[in-house]
Design a protein around this ligand. Structure first.
Ligand code: UFG
Length: 328
């Protein structure tokens, strides 16, 4: 029996595939390779294509005994989603609904969904609980929340069980050094600061230093990509054991400011990191920190990478050995 991983050639998808292969699971991957990288797939059976391609999906379900799905395939640029909302509704929501339809048709009853902290919008309190209000501030978060709701109704009507994992700031790279973060364009803080360390950028622009935080810069909750990957497997195991549908936050529970991250990168790399204070970026909440108590208690999830320096070290190891990402 196989696990279908959609978006398995993406950043978090490829790290999850690596963990699944390590555990001896049979893995089937579908990825359009629009954002993903063929080289990041360390094993399993790969299909290139789109979730909205009904014929391809039928073929995948017929050729493989798909028992469950881990669904990552999505666009994930918050800014772009504001500029081109329909692209996000189309690619993120409509393709997810197509996937769910195919699961229903082929009798696959378990799905772990890659959701996001962006479903909360401006937090009502810190740390953020799964039960807090969800008011996304951008189409990216809206499409993820809309699919969470579709999952709830699909569970009630068809008995498709789901776990929705709301990630905070995914970062770091696989300990083997074989796979890591390679986005085009790159918008995330840690890889951008590492590009400064590599001399590929002159400086890092800090988006605002007048927030109501200790040093005036935004605070985020950074979580290692392998710890995220492990959480997907625990969530799937729970569903396999007959667990009911659920929603979990995934973060470290600890916040670091942008300035603190830049300083940590200086310490880890030993390089000078020139920094420039820029304007605030639209839509950035001052502080986002998860409560991950629920997943710790219910699924016994425990992050292995608890130190931000260790997390940055894994990312640095990837970036310095792959300065051009997978193109090297
Ligand atoms: N930042 C800078 N300079 C940069 C890039 C980022 O100062 O060049 C700051 C941002 O303003 C933010 C922090 O660094 O305060 C982290 O920014 P990222 O872009 O790395 O991550 P975000 O917190 O914006 O985004 C993450 C996920 C999204 C998710 C979002 C939820 O990457 O997928 O959290 O709010 F939608």
């Amino acid at each position: 029996m196989a696990i279908l991983v959609t978006g398995g050639a993406g950043y978090i998808g490829s790290h999850t595939v690596a963990e699944l292969l390590d555990k001896g699971e049979e893995v089937v991957i579908i990825d359009s390779l629009i954002k993903g990288h063929r080289e990041s797939i360390l094993g399993g059976r790969f299909y290139e294509g789109d979730l909205r391609d009904g014929e391809l999906m039928d073929k995948i379900f017929k050729e493989n005994d798909i028992e469950s799905v881990i669904h990552f395939a999505a666009y994930s640029l918050v800014g772009e989603s504001v500029q081109e909302p329909l692209k996000y509704y189309n690619n993120n929501l409509m393709s997810s609904i197509s996937l769910l339809n195919k699961m229903k048709e082929h009798g696959t009853k378990k799905i772990v969904f890659s959701s996001t902290a962006a479903v909360y919008g401006e937090p009502e309190s810190i740390p953020i609980l799964e039960s807090d209000r969800t008011v996304p501030k951008n189409p990216y978060g809206e499409t993820k929340l809309a699919f969470e709701k579709a999952l709830k109704w699909a569970d009630e009507a068809y008995g498709i069980k789901y776990a929705s994992l709301r990630y905070f700031n995914a970062c770091g790279a696989h300990v083997s050094g074989k796979i890591g973060e390679d986005h085009m364009p790159e918008t995330h803080l840690i890889p951008l600061v590492l590009q400064v360390a590599l001399g590929q950028r002159e400086h890092i622009t800090i988006y605002g230093d007048d927030y109501a935080t200790d040093d005036g810069t935004c605070v985020r909750d950074y979580i290692h990509v392998t710890d995220l990957a492990d959480a997907h497997i625990l969530a799937l195991n729970k569903l396999n054991a007959g667990g009911h549908s659920n929603i979990y936050n995934l973060g470290s529970g600890e916040g670091f400011s942008v300035k603190e991250i830049v300083e940590k990168v200086r310490e880890v790399t030993g390089h000078k990191i020139p920094q420039v204070i820029g304007e605030r970026r639209a839509g950035d909440p001052a502080v986002l920190i998860a409560s991950s108590e629920k997943i710790k208690q219910e699924l016994n999830w425990q992050p292995k990478y608890e130190s931000i320096s260790k997390i940055i070290e894994t990312a640095w190891n990837w970036h310095k050995n792959h300065p051009k990402g997978y193109k090297l």
